[in-house]
Each structure stands twice: as C-alpha cells, then as structure tokens.
Design a protein around this ligand. Structure first.
Ligand SMILES: [Zn+2]
Length: 410
C-alpha cells in the first residue's frame, strides 16, 4: 500500500509539474524505473549484471572511443483511432531523416550552438533505418501514462501491438497520448523486455503531417532515444528535492542545472546551480526547450550512448529484412517470389482478428483460400505445387487490414 501511495504521489507530482509548465516532453526516469520494477520484479539484479558487464568491458580495454557508425533498426507501430492518428509513411520517414541528422551532428541548426559550448558537441554517429511499420486501430481515444494503458499499447492481448524482437529493433509506438506528455522511453535496464522502446505522440512525431509547433522538428524522438541509450535529463531529475543542485545527469561535460528549461531562452541562461560563466546548456537535446531551440549532444553524452549500444543493445544493427515498401504499408514478407512449390509468409501479425488468405489468378478466380488465427511471429506456409505457371495475387485480409502481393509461379 505504501508503494502504491508513493507511486501515486510521484505520478501526481509529474502531472502537476507538467500542467503548471505546459507541454511536458516526457516522464522522469525515477517514475519509469518504478514502473519497470513493477513489470520486471528482478530489475535490480538485471541492472547489477549490466553494470558488471560494463566494468568487464572497461577492464578488457574494449573502450568505446571508436567512431564507427552504429546502425539502429527501427520499427514504428502506429496505434490509431482517428484517420489523423494513422500517420502517413512520409511522416514516419520524416522522423527517421531528422534522427539521422541529429544523431550525426549534421542538423542544420547545430550552428546555433553558442561558441562557448560548440567545442563540447559530440557526434553519436548512429544511423537509423526504418525496417517496419505496423498499423493497428484501437477503440481508445487516447492513452494515459498508466500501466494499463501502456499494456493496451504494447501488448496484443490487450489490444495493442507487440514489440518486434527488442534486441534487434528499436520499437517506437506512435499514438494519441492524453495530457501534456509528448513521449517516454526506457533505458537499457528494460532491454529485451516487452515494454522496451519509445512512445511518442502523433502530434510530435516527424516534421510534417500532424505535428504541431513547437514540437514539429522531430526532437521529441531525439530526446526519447537519448533516454533509450541511457541519457538522463540534463538537470538530473532532482527538481523535487530541496537541493536542486544535488544530483547531476552523470555527464562531466554538461553544466549542473537545477530544473528543466522551457520555451526558447537566450544565451547565457544562469540558474542556482550554474550562476555564472557560460550558464546552463539549455540547447541540449536532453533539456525541455522547444524543438527549434535544441541542437546538440555533448561528447560525454555520446560516450554514454555508444557504451550502452555496445554493452546492452549490441544487436540493434543486426541484418534484418526491410518490410517497408515506399508504396504500401506492408509489414508481411512473402518468399520465395517467384515461387515453385510453396510460399512462406512471415512478419508481424498485428491484429488478433482471424486472417483470410486468398490467392487469385489473373482471371480473378480464387485458386486458394483459408482463414486462420495468426499469433505473433508465426509463419504460414502454403503449398501451391498444383498451380500452373503464371501471375497470381495474394490477398491477406481481416476486418482491420488488407495486404496484396503480386506473385509469380515459375
Ligand atoms: Zn525526457
């Protein structure tokens, strides 16, 4: 009961601070840690093992100072009720483009970093590749930040879309988040768990379509993916403590800062923790300023992110087939094509409705039909050895989704 009370107070505090300060970019890492512990009771043991692995890597001299490019496979799960919430592929791709600029320090506005801080700019050298898009209609008008609503987003048994294997994909769920929250993300303590990944409002995802100013440049995802790679808020999440300078973000090259910065202040900005000199680094992606006001990660932050990639998320760049085509929203993969004896259909079955599989020839005659319930990652093999050579159309549909593929029988 005591725990529940504390959590409620925490959530109330988070909500209160959000409402009094306007748009709230995400949740405190404290709150997310508590939540992850509810989902994963032995979380502390997992974190201890991760820390041991980090120390071992350090002792082995596998320092992460290399500048090689790190690839990140991305799957975006669109959970929508209204047509607007079902954002376009172009909007999703605009977010990937923005991430690739921000995570290679090639964003055009990096020149706005004051010269006092420009020497601290770091380049993560991450490349994001969109490998899948899933779409699922929901009966929920919006999602709160409660445990139940997170399950309704991320678990198919509660109406959401299950993560693609979280060791090989950065899973991003895009939905209508209620209240002022723009998104939230778990650090590597959640690596591999069903809830691992990032949640972002459809109003703050990408740089076109449904995004609204001042969250229109894709920086919510930049910020949340910073958390996903274990960055803290630049002020250290100590805003609830008496001494707001007591905790730092654990990064040596970011100035100590008391609370989040909102809007778009001008440089220099002083606060109780850094009252002189260059002031606080409000233009950092891990602060809360407007999208057009944040421009950089530091070298220290880059070291943390690349360490996390190497030690805790090393398979994010695994070779996986892209299930995204520029003309459709498919997330199913059919092979071989052309085929001889049989075809195999694999991918992510995003709804619990039964699927009907139909193969139609060029005359429109149905030559194969079956209806089945598909569970996650289940492959379906169809034997078509009896068919004549020629062109066929595979139609996979249920009450929610329809897919069509052109196939050639040898
Ligand atoms: Zn945050």
């Amino acid at each position: 009961m005591r725990n529940i009370t504390i959590i409620c107070v925490l959530i109330a505090l988070v909500l209160y601070s959000a409402y009094v300060t306007g748009q709230h970019r995400c949740l405190s890492q404290k709150e997310l840690y508590e939540r992850a512990k509810r989902y994963t009771p032995d979380l502390d043991r997992k974190i201890a093992l991760q820390k041991a692995r980090e120390r071992e890597a350090e002792l082995d001299g596998q320092s992460q100072r290399t500048t090689t490019t790190k690839k990140v496979n991305v799957v975006v799960h669109v959970i929508y009720k209204t047509a607007a919430e079902n954002i376009s592929l172009a909007q999703i791709e605009s977010q990937i483009t923005a991430l690739n600029k921000d995570f290679s320090a090639t964003n055009a506005d990096i020149s706005n970093v004051p010269s006092a801080f420009s020497g601290l700019i770091g380049n993560p050298n991450f490349v994001f590749e969109l490998k899948g898009v899933t779409r699922k209609s929901t009966t929920k008008s919006s999602f709160t930040i409660s445990d139940d609503d997170e399950k309704a987003l991320k678990l198919s048994m509660f109406g959401g879309t299950d993560a693609w294997p979280p060791d090989r994909y950065l899973n991003i769920w895009v939905c209508n988040i209620s209240g002022p929250t723009l998104g939230y993300a778990y650090g590597s303590a959640a690596a591999g768990e069903w809830y691992d990944g990032v949640v972002i409002s459809y109003k703050a995802f990408g740089t076109m379509g449904t995004v609204t100013s001042p969250n229109h440049l894709g920086r919510t995802a930049t910020h949340e993916i910073g958390h996903y790679f274990d960055l803290n808020h630049i002020w250290g999440d100590d805003e609830d403590e008496t001494n707001k300078c007591s905790r730092s973000d654990g990064i040596s090259d970011t100035p100590n800062q008391s609370v989040a910065t909102y809007g778009c202040p001008s440089f220099p900005l002083y606060d109780a923790c850094t009252p002189s000199g260059n002031g606080v680094m409000f233009m950092n992606y891990m602060d809360y300023v407007d999208d057009n006001c944040m421009h950089m990660f530091t070298a220290g932050q880059v070291t943390v992110m690349r360490n996390t990639y190497n030690n805790h998320r090393p398979n994010l760049g695994a070779n996986v087939t892209s299930l995204v085509s520029s003309t459709s929203q498919d997330h199913l993969f059919v092979y071989p094509n052309p085929f001889n004896e049989q075809i195999i259909i694999e991918g992510n079955w995003t709804t619990v409705e039964p699927y009907t599989f139909k193969l139609v020839n060029q005359l429109g005659v149905v030559v194969y039909s079956s209806t089945e319930n598909m569970s996650e990652y289940l492959n379906k093999t169809i034997n078509l050895s009896h068919l004549q050579s020629g062109i066929y159309y595979l139609i996979i549909e249920n009450s929610i989704e329809t897919y069509t593929k052109k196939l050639v029988k040898k």
